[in-house]
Design a protein around this ligand. Structure first.
Ligand code: NAD
Length: 359
């Protein structure tokens, strides 16, 4: 059976890691018709905007997509295309597996964590009011009228919406995944001691959902700052973590560090019908076009994509081939060598070719 998949190569190192991924997926023998679409800088040059309706329609039609990273300007310019994609397609669940692969440079071995990050609300909702605008002044005055705590005149404001429905569906998603994958425990991560209403609601929803799984999946909760410390000191007490959007973003990078860095951390975004796979890392512009960076994160994202397409055997073979190349440590990129200046490090495409040879 063949599958049609939307491929968004993205910016910076995106096209290189996307090509490497495509080589490996095609080498598994699974027939994929790649519908390549431009987003980010190339789309701005051609269409005047980083994300077009045509791209969204392609993903809606094919229901499965994989992407490289997309550059987002800091503090100015257009809003993140990644966030737009997740919100427009209602990809509410961001799943980031943090699994140990032998041969990677890790502070501890055998980490096996699943991160479930809510993807559509929280401080990522994109509801912001800039200092010096009439809207910001009006909102500040309204809040100052209603709240005993006052916002300073020279403030910008970002809104943190957390809904009951959004919280329940991500926690339920995490529990359902845990049941299917034979996992034991879900931990909800929050800051409900300080943000009593938003994070408090998230925690309350998590506790309600957890009741439905009593006897099947263990439940605990943890405050996000303590969680970061615990993940380093007591990693193996944890199994699946479920978090609101912003903490999920930060904690998943921390966990990527536990399994060898951004170069090998894959990710997936799921909605009710659509799934979009992508590495956790960004577009690393300084390495763009150098055939230097590690393609593993994108190739492992494709392993999850193959599982989603019910191509389990191909997914297992590709995962095993990646494992073998990482374990041998020979045909790997600079970041996986003990010395980052090791002249025996291979390029992005050469590492992908080495993986193909192990299939
Ligand atoms: P980044 O992940 O692009 O790079 C940070 C550093 O991590 C790099 O300098 C490099 O040392 C290392 N790194 C990243 N990917 C690697 C790989 N495949 N192999 C080896 N090393 C790798 O993060 P940044 O510099 O903060 O962000 C750059 C741009 O990417 C920004 O515009 C940001 O908004 C964007 N971004 C996009 C996504 C996405 O598309 N999902 C995610 C994060 C950041």
């Amino acid at each position: 059976m063949s599958h049609t998949v939307t491929l968004l190569p993205g910016d910076g190192i995106g096209p290189e890691v996307a090509n490497a991924m495509r080589l490996c997926v095609d080498a598994t023998g699974v027939k994929i018709n790649w519908e390549v679409q431009e987003v980010g800088e190339k789309s701005i040059a051609k269409n005047g905007k980083p994300l077009t309706d045509e791209v969204l329609e392609s993903i809606r039609r094919n229901k499965t997509a994989i992407k490289g990273p997309i550059t987002t300007p800091v503090g100015k310019g257009f809003r993140s295309v990644n966030v737009q994609l997740r919100q427009s397609l209602d990809l509410f669940a961001c799943v980031r597996p943090c699994l140990y692969y032998e041969g990677t440079k890790t502070p501890i071995k055998n980490v096996n964590l699943m991160i479930f990050r809510e993807n559509t609300e929280d401080l990522y909702a994109g509801i912001e009011f800039d200092l010096g605008t009439g809207e910001c002044d009006r909102l500040r005055d309204l809040i100052n009228e209603m709240s005993p705590k006052k916002i300073k005149q020279d403030s910008a404001i970002s809104i943190k919406p957390i809904s009951r429905s959004g919280s329940k569906r991500i926690v339920k998603f995490a529990f359902d995944w845990a049941v299917k994958a034979g996992r034991k425990k879900v931990t909800a991560v929050h800051k409900a001691n300080i943000m009593k209403f938003t994070d408090g609601l998230f925690l309350k929803c998590a506790q309600e959902v957890a009741k439905e799984y009593e006897g099947k999946i263990e439940f605990s909760d943890n405050i996000v700052d303590n969680m970061c410390m615990q993940l380093i000191q007591s990693t193996f007490l944890y199994d699946c973590l479920v978090l609101p959007n912003l903490y999920g973003d930060i904690v998943s990078d921390l966990c990527a560090g536990l399994v060898g860095g951004l170069g090998i951390a894959p990710g997936a975004n799921y909605g009710d019908e659509i799934a979009l796979f992508e590495p956790v890392h960004g577009s690393a512009p300084k390495y763009a076009g150098k055939n230097k960076v590690n393609p593993t994160a994108t190739i492992l994202s494709a392993v999850w994509m193959l599982r989603h397409l019910k191509e389990e055997a191909a997914a297992d073979r590709l995962d095993k081939a990646v494992r073998t190349v990482l374990k041998e440590g020979k045909d790997v990129t600079y970041d996986l060598k003990a010395d980052r200046n090791d002249p025996t490090a291979v390029g992005t495409m050469q590492m992908a070719e080495a993986i193909c040879k192990k299939l």
